[in-house]
Design a protein around this ligand. Sequence first.
Ligand SMILES: [Zn+2]
Length: 1129
Amino acid sequence: MFNYGRSTFTWNGTLKELQGTYHSSVCKEGRRSSMAASPNSSSGLEVLLSTLQNAGDVESTLNILNVLDELLSAGTDRRIHYLISKGGSEALLKALVNTARCFSPNYTILLPLLHLLAKVGHRDRRIGMKAEDAGGVVLTLNLLKQNLENAKRAAACLWVIQVFASSVSTANLIGENCGIDVIFRLIPPYTTKNLHTIKAAINAFGAVLCTKANVCLVVSKGYISGLLRLYEDWHCKDTHHVAIAIRHALLRCLHKVTYSTAGREAFFSLGGLRLIHQTTQACLLNTALSSLVEPSVQLMRKCLPKTQLPLTSNLSAYSFPIPGRPHSDLHVNVAFGDSCEDSDEEEAEKHQETTTTENNSYDDDLETDSNKLRHRPELDRPKEALAQYNVFCPELSHDFQELDLGSEKEKSSASSSSDEDDEELCSSWSPHSPQIKESGSFQRKYSKGAGQSDSPHDFHISSTVLGTSPSVSAMPKDSRGNTSQQQNGNGHNDEQEAGDESCNKTAIDRLLERNASVIPFHDPKLYSSAASKTRSIPDFNILGFPDFWGHLPPQGHEPMAPRKPNVQRQKVLEDVQRFLNKEDIVNKVVFDLEDCGLQCPSESLKFFSKFESGNLRKAVQVRKYEYDLILNADVNSSQNSQWFYFEVSNMEPCVPYRFNIINCEKTNSQFNYGMQPVLYSVREALDGRPHWVRAGTEICYYRNNFCPVRGRKMDTFYTMTFSISFRHSDDVCYLAYHYPYSYSALKAHLKVLQKSIDPADIFFQQQTLCGSLAENPCPLVTITACPASRGWKDLHQLRNRSYIVLTGRVHPGEPNASWVMKGTLEFLCSSDPVAQSLRETYVFKIIPMLNPDGVINGTNRCNLNSEDLNRQWCKPDPVLSPTIFHTKGFLYHLNSIGRTPLVYCDYHGHSRKKNVFLYGCSVKETLWQSSVDTVGVKEDPGYRTIPKTLDRLAPAFSINSCNYLVEKSRSATARVVVWREIGVLRSYTMESTFNGCDQGICKGLQMGTRELQEMGVKFCHSLLSVSKDVKNLYSRRLINHIDLDHNTLDHTSNDCFEDDEPPCVEEIEYSKDCPAQKGADLDSDVNNNMVGSDEDEACEEEHQRNSLSPSHSSSTKSRLITQTSIGTE
Ligand SMILES: [Zn+2]
């Protein structure tokens, strides 16, 4: 294809093996494809290579180079890799060294040799080492020095240097031999001449910057300033945009030098940020320059100086004294050390290392020890300790005497029993609480005693909002002032008080009377009563209005939000402007959880979060309509911020306010994939629309430039940004990560539920399993059908029902789990025939909230001891993790009395995946997945029945996301421990998305509380499929749509470890390399250099800064245009 200065050549080799090679490549009729690596050509290749290294005569060397180039130009990279495997790189290097060592090297040979070396070396990962071994590195550098005036030769040397520099030691060798200075001299300000050579120089310069030493050298020699000046010059003068490739290559160099802290600092102090920001604005206006925008934006993100969060401490604003631990020890849990060291320097080196040795960490995590998979560990406590849990199976000892009483009477007593309910709850709390028994020494340091639990509750609603209701004109001006509820003296009979208030109605009462919508299973007064007993660290005395007033899912579907193109780019540019135009920035703290006396400017938004599950710590007004928000870390911790819930007021209507939550920690979020936060408007609620709605535009989630206070600068945060236009002026609105569901809401819900059932029909009991660390009761609910009579047969049937144990909300930041649980509870208490059948078949034991304290205090992941409770199941501590300790104890107890649950399921929310799915446990699948022989492993495939049934019943359910693998990292989770230690075959984690579905009829829709509750119903439906009493159920014609096949075991659903989402269009992280320019690769550059005759070469002058003759210039230009047009396609 390419001839090096000769139109014909001859071959005088005589070796038989070469015939095939020679003929097919030289003769035009020979098919190249016949040269694919057959045994003949391989030996031919070896001969060619050995001849190349030893040949003295120009003719034959040229011939060989020509043959090799033809060979490699056709076909795929496989040929080049084959050549490399046969020692091709070494042969070319040897030939290079031999030829170049002459006193006057022969460039007729050297040039094609360098070209070939660049192409081959580009694909040889070890080319740098090989070049060093052959002595080719300094030699090539010297060749370059000799040919600074000759553009073509210089370009060839530069490509080879670029390729050599792929190894750290080679790049350093080039740096040590002044290579950087030599190369930099070849990068002129704007010119139209020798653009190929210039680009080669910039690329070579960028390539040698892959090492820390070279970056230091470049920084210390002030080349960053040079690069910036060059970039500016090319940007300003390249008005026809013919040198985009050069500008891109310069950006690439800037990316490389800013891998180091010193580089970034120099870049910043030299005005790099401002320059790149300006040039980017220009690039944004011209589509031809779009390929420069992304690398520019990434460069600015990287070089924005790190800023500490505006906090005095990373520790949560809420602390809780841990029993048995001195208060000062709290700081043990500080995750961010005090060291200020910045190891970003490593990034340059790290970046260099290729990540091909990436091992599959997932498979490493699988439990392959079949002993651990199959053998049940010993009890974690004495057997005698299990008897105390007997009390939690009241259905087994209950005599159902009430069945003999008239049902009329029973019903009326049930409806008036709310006060008793309360007392029942309280009384069951102390004597039945195993925690108190076991931690007798536990001193109640928690400040809030029983007498304080009845602190008055109020709403934090501006008087204007309340004023919309004419009936409340008597409302005191200060809405936070207390209403008559304040006079309540005793928390135990506040419902009594609520009754008394009817004579002396409060504004709230009137509001409720006039405006409240009928919300099923919700009663604001019960909520308020429940909340008065809830113990929070800050002693909340204000209710979140949505929790109090209630929420109805809005009519209609809520589709996922379309992502605006380049929304992140736009947000990042706005962030950069903060640094550049500081005079435009307000930077005023308008809310601080720790500074109650803070005066909020009258024109700014007002924030508030001191209510249950609220967790805004600080709000800083950045611009007129933009706020930075900082979330409170989990109690006693400095981490885990993701969940948010806060109140905002004093807004102007119909203005987009931008909110930036700047201390998020997860590396990606469904906010990048169509999810929106939720909004609740008090005014809307008072107008009869009490809805949490999905809201927000311009949503995206990306890594930002904040770092922890006094922490390592390496620790990073992510920004979750969204814009909200409020509909009403002077409204009070609430914003949350997801539909809030507080602990008091659960308490109130259970009470309403209890009132709703017919006790002659449904056996419903709420007990207190134990107290939490902060002594909030952890409810345990029993639901089953009352026996048809007190006859022996009916009681026997009742006492032989299978047990189903359900738990939820171990992670406070996953309220979706609570909504699913709400659906389950309401369904099980309903008159639906399936529910009735389920009650007659099973005894349900439900612990709806395993982490009350976390939910109350607005934590995201942990309990008050900053521990993830779903990692405590192996050996739960009775004092520190009481809810887990006693849930496990209760499960042990069921096991010990021969009532091992048929199904266990722990409800969760999943922040990174769509749909709803189950995680289960299977020995066989775990071993199979880790390629362990599973022949002879017997396992009941019954764990697949429920997921398969759900797949058919629940539109949101995705069986493809389910898996049944036992991971070591999950060995202390509820699912694995209940399966392994309690022996529950069907032990699951049910994960519900925060976002929506990407499959089925719900595809593209966000899930609301209606859909989440519906999922809780469907889960109940699926339980019919595992009933042992199948005949009975079939006869009821309830579940003929459920196909009960237990016997197929396939492995098709194990694709859940794939990336949760396809990569986002925009980089969430910024420490990536400069985005590559498409179509501008080394090969095409090299090939272009080969085009054109050797004669031109001699005429070419050193690249002049003056413009060229018009004709020459236009030809160069047109060539480059062709190239760039490829790049922008
Ligand atoms: Zn969870």
